[in-house]
Design a protein around this ligand. Structure first.
Ligand code: PLP
Length: 476
C-alpha cells in the first residue's frame, strides 16, 4: 500500500471514539446503541473504500468526516424508508404488473387492516367454537357468483395452474394447442410450469390452426386433461383456427376427460361492450361446460394477488385436498381483501366500487374533462414554461388481457422548451410521489384514466413543480 494511502487511512476515526461523540449520538436520534454502531461502521467502511480506491483525497476525507453526523442521519432515515412506494400510474396501462396490478378498493383495504392487525377468525368457526376453514370466508359469495360450483383460492394463477395440473395430470398427458404454449412474462412459460407439475405436455395442432380433430387424434388412454390457455398477451391473426370451447367440452364428456380453461385475466363482468369479446366472464366459460376455470385475483377481477380455481365441486375439493395446497395457500390479508371483492361482485356493486372496473368503464369524455381540469390547474402556475395539451389516445388493459384492445382515452401531453421529454419523465419519476408516464414521439404522455381520484392533486403538484424547477423560472 502506498505510503500516502496509509497516511490518509490514519485519518479515519475509530468507531468507539465516534460512538462517544455527542453529535453522533444525537444523529442517532434515539436509535438503540447496536443499530447506531452498525450505521457508524457502515459509514466508516464506505470512507475506507473511498480512500483505498483513490476516490477520496485527504481534503475530501476530512470534509466527509466533518459531515459524518449528517451522513448518519441520512443513513438512518433510509433504514426505515419504504422501498415499496406509492406511485402515480400515468401510463394508461390498467393492469400494470410492474406497478402492482389492480389497486385495492378502500373497502377491501379496511378488511385487510381489521383482519391482520388483530386476531381474526381465519380458521375458526365462531358460532361452533371450533376449528373452521380459511376457504369458508369465500364460499358464500362464490356460491352466489358461480351456482353449482365450488371455489378454491391459492396464491396466484400460476399456483392455481400448478395445483390443477399436479392434482389431475401427474405422470399423464395434457392436451394443449401449439398456439397456446405461451410465455406470460417474467419468464413464466406454460410448458415449464406443466413440466414442474409432473404432467406431460402433448402438443396438438399447429401454431396458427388447431382443430377439434387434432385433439381427437391425440386423445388416448394416458390423456388426463384438455387444457385451454387464454393467449393473454398476443393474438394470432390471419389464417387461423381454434377449437371452440363447446366442441372441446363435447369431446371431453364423450371420452371422460376434464376440460380446464386457464383464463388468466378472468373477469366476472361482461366487457364485450368495451370491445373485448375475447374476455368472456368466468361464468360464461363454466356455462359452456368447462370443468374448471382458473384466473388471477389481481388482474381484471380488481382484487388482491390470488389464483382462483372455480368449477366442478368434486374436482375443486380434490385440489383443496392436494398437499401442495398448503404450500400455495392464501394468507389472511389476501383472504380478507378477496372476501370483500367477491361480496362486491355478488351484490352487483363491483362496477361502482372496484377501482379497476371504474377506470375500465370510465368514458373517454369523462377522462377528457379530468385531463382539462388538470391541464388548466397546472397552466395557471406554470405559465408558458410548460406546454400542456389534451390529446386523443388509447389506454390498454395490460396484464395479459385483451392484448390489442385499445380503450379510447384523452391524454395529457407535456412538453417544455428547455427540457426534453426524457428529462421531464426523469424529473416526474424522481418526485414524491413518483409519476410514471409514457414517452411517445418526443412527448411525455400522461393518461388520467389510471390516475386514482385521490392522486389527482398529487399529479397537479408534480406537474407544477416541473415548471418551478425549470431554469430561469420566476419560481426558482
Ligand atoms: C397472468 C396469467 C397467468 C399467471 O397469473 P399470476 O396470477 O400472475 O400468477 C397464467 N395464465 C394466464 C393465461 C395469464 O394471463
Amino acid at each position: 500500500m502506498a505510503e500516502f494511502t496509509k497516511q490518509v487511512l490514519r485519518e479515519l476515526p475509530q468507531i468507539d471514539e465516534l460512538l462517544r461523540r455527542e453529535e453522533v449520538r444525537k444523529a442517532g436520534g434515539g436509535l438503540p446503541g447496536e443499530a447506531l454502531a452498525v450505521a457508524v461502521r457502515e459509514a466508516v467502511s464506505d470512507l475506507r473504500r473511498g480512500v483505498l480506491s483513490g476516490m477520496l483525497s485527504m481534503g475530501q476525507l476530512r470534509e466527509r468526516i466533518a459531515r459524518l453526523p449528517d451522513e448518519l442521519r441520512a443513513r438512518i432515515a433510509t433504514l426505515s424508508r419504504s422501498s415499496l412506494r406509492p406511485v402515480i400510474n400515468g401510463t394508461g396501462i390498467l393492469i400494470h404488473t410492474n406497478l402492482g396490478r389492480a389497486p385495492l378498493a378502500r373497502g377491501a383495504l379496511e378488511r385487510v387492516v381489521a383482519a391482520s392487525g388483530q386476531y381474526a377468525s381465519l380458521e375458526y368457526d365462531i358460532a361452533a367454537g371450533r376449528r373452521g376453514s380459511r376457504g369458508d370466508h369465500l364460499a358464500h359469495s362464490a356460491a352466489r357468483l358461480f351456482p353449482g360450483c365450488l371455489l378454491h383460492a391459492v396464491n396466484n394463477n400460476a399456483a392455481a395452474l400448478l395445483l390443477v395440473l399436479n392434482t389431475f395430470a401427474q405422470g399423464r398427458e395434457v392436451l394443449i394447442s401449439r398456439g397456446e404454449l405461451i410465455e406470460i412474462g417474467g419468464s413464466f412459460r406454460i410448458p415449464d410450469i406443466l413440466a414442474r407439475s409432473g404432467a406431460i405436455l402433448r402438443e396438438v395442432g399447429t401454431t396458427n390452426r388447431t382443430r377439434l380433430a387434432d385433439y381427437e387424434k391425440a386423445l388416448g388412454p394416458s390423456t388426463a386433461m384438455i387444457l385451454k390457455v387464454h393467449t393473454s398477451n398476443y393474438r394470432i391473426v390471419g389464417f387461423t383456427a381454434s377449437a371452440a370451447l363447446e366442441d372441446l367440452v363435447g369431446l371431453g364428456r364423450q371420452k371422460g376427460v376434464p376440460v380446464v380453461v386457464d383464463q388468466g385475466s378472468g373477469s366476472l363482468v361482461d366487457v364485450a361492450a368495451l370491445g373485448m369479446p375475447e374476455e368472456p366472464p368466468a361464468g360464461a366459460l363454466l356455462a359452456a361446460g368447462a370443468d374448471l376455470v382458473l384466473f388471477s385475483g389481481d388482474k381484471m377481477l380488481g382484487g388482491p394477488q390470488a389464483g382462483l380455481i372455480v368449477g366442478a365441486p368434486e374436482m375443486v375439493k380434490q385440489c383443496a385436498q392436494n398437499p401442495l395446497s398448503r404450500a400455495l395457500r392464501l394468507d389472511k390479508m389476501a383472504i380478507a381483501a378477496l372476501e370483500w371483492v367477491l361480496q362486491s361482485y355478488a351484490s352487483g356493486r363491483a362496477v361502482q366500487e372496484i377501482p379497476l372496473l371504474r377506470m375500465l368503464f370510465e368514458p373517454a369524455e369523462s377522462v377528457g374533462r379530468r385531463a382539462l381540469r388538470i391541464a388548466r390547474s397546472v397552466r395557471k402556475e406554470a405559465g408558458s414554461l410548460l406546454r400542456i395539451e389534451v390529446v386523443d389516445g388509447a389506454s390498454l388493459t395490460g396484464g395479459g388481457s385483451a392484448p390489442l384492445t385499445e380503450i379510447p382515452t384523452r391524454l395529457l401531453s407535456v412538453s417544455s422548451q428547455t427540457l426534453s421529454a426524457a428529462e421531464l419523465d426523469e424529473r416526474l419519476r424522481s418526485g414524491e410521489p413518483p409519476v410514471v408516464g409514457r414517452l411517445h414521439e418526443g412527448r411525455l404522455l400522461i393518461d388520467p384514466r389510471t390516475v386514482l381520484p385521490e392522486q389527482q392533486n398529487g399529479l397537479i403538484a408534480a406537474l407544477r413543480s416541473l415548471a418551478a424547477r425549470e431554469p430561469g423560472n420566476q419560481y426558482e
